[in-house]
Design a protein around this ligand. Structure first.
Ligand SMILES: Cc1cc2nc3c(=O)[nH]c(=O)nc-3n(C[C@H](O)[C@H](O)[C@H](O)COP(=O)(O)OP(=O)(O)OC[C@H]3O[C@@H](n4cnc5c(N)ncnc54)[C@H](O)[C@@H]3O)c2cc1C
Length: 298
């Protein structure tokens, strides 16, 4: 969202605390407008008639999206722009984003922009300027602020990667912390299969396995459980996410994993109380029921 030439920090100066970064960019950087798309003639684009290979051509089997997926959308820019229009101007759900963003079930508790952002079908700048239009035409409130706020987190992790380079993949993370980490294969498999003693973790892990999607609340809980309860090498959890998430993004994934595992940018190094989280965010157990019931037979 923020062009590197406009950010008022050189790479080594990127603050280690998000709030410091956010406050500075919010007050001093103007987000550039998206580039206009100009139509090209055929001789400028000789590859225009190339057919996009199918999954089969690439050696994979075609698959149907899981009927209960929270991400039933198609890939590509057309679907991305449709979702942007829908979430902002048609359903206007963005006007309630701050109240719904910790949800777990369905398409609309959060924007679902991440997969398109991750593969470049949608630009954070396009979202930013459409948000400004929404605020002018409809409503400007805490929710509209918060959607831009989380997009600043996305940028922040990119700048943290630029600053710390390969350290984001090292066991001690960017803090170079020395903890005792476990790597036992049985424990890892229990987590992956949704067979831990925490039903809330299990439901989220099963959702990920079946759909390639998990909510932000779920990701925080399963990652905290893996790193801080099971004391497993956080990089194994991050690598599993990398292999499964349809919105996998190197900076957001490793940045968030480090943050939650106590080797990144969380100055408070918190641990989630999973039972309490389940009580607060899945009070009637609907989410756990959705993924735990009959999960063995689907
Ligand atoms: C352990 C862990 C791993 C994660 N791995 C990824 C990943 O590989 N790819 C990815 O895109 N996001 C990742 N996230 C961040 C976040 O969970 C997802 O971006 C979000 O859930 C995607 O849903 P959404 O598009 O509906 O988000 P919304 O809540 O609608 O947010 C809008 C956009 O803001 C950005 N955003 C929101 N929260 C974060 C955050 N915490 N960090 C960085 N950007 C954020 C995303 O681009 C998102 O699409 C991870 C979070 C955790 C805790």
């Amino acid at each position: 969202m923020f062009h590197p030439d406009d950010v008022p920090f050189s790479s080594p100066e990127i603050p280690e605390v998000f709030t410091v970064f956010r406050k500075k960019v919010e007050t001093s950087v103007t987000v550039r407008t998206s580039l206009e798309i100009t139509k090209c003639s055929e001789n400028q684009m000789p590859f225009l008639d190339i057919k996009v290979p199918t999954l089969h051509d690439l050696g994979f089997e075609a698959f149907e999206a899981h009927p209960k997926t929270a991400f039933p959308f198609q890939g590509g820019e057309t679907s991305a722009l449709e979702r942007l229009q829908n979430y902002l101007f048609e359903s206007k759900k963005v006007g309630f984003y701050k109240l719904t963003r910790n949800g777990l079930i369905g398409t609309d508790y959060s924007s679902k922009f991440s997969a398109w952002l991750a593969n470049g079908s949608l630009s954070a700048r396009t979202i930013f300027w459409e948000m400004k239009r929404f605020e002018q035409e409809h409503v400007k409130n805490e929710s509209t602020y918060w959607l831009v706020f989380v997009l600043i987190w996305r940028d922040y992790f990119k700048y943290i990667s630029l600053k710390h380079q390969n350290n984001i993949f090292k066991i001690g993370g960017i803090l170079q912390k020395e903890y005792e980490w476990k790597t036992n294969k049985y424990g890892i498999q229990q987590w992956i299969d949704g067979n831990t003693k925490e039903p809330f973790v299990n439901a989220n892990m099963i959702e990920l396995k079946k759909t390639g999607w998990m909510s932000n609340r779920g990701r925080q809980n399963v990652a905290s459980y893996f790193a801080k309860d099971m004391l497993m090498d956080w990089r194994i959890g991050a690598a599993y996410f990398e292999s499964m998430l349809i919105d996998y993004d190197v900076h957001s994934n490793y940045g968030n994993w480090m943050y939650i595992s106590g080797v990144g940018n969380d100055p408070r190094n918190r641990k989630f109380n999973i039972t309490l989280q389940a009580k607060n965010y899945d009070a009637n157990g609907a989410y756990q029921k959705l993924w735990l019931q009959n999960s063995l037979f689907e």
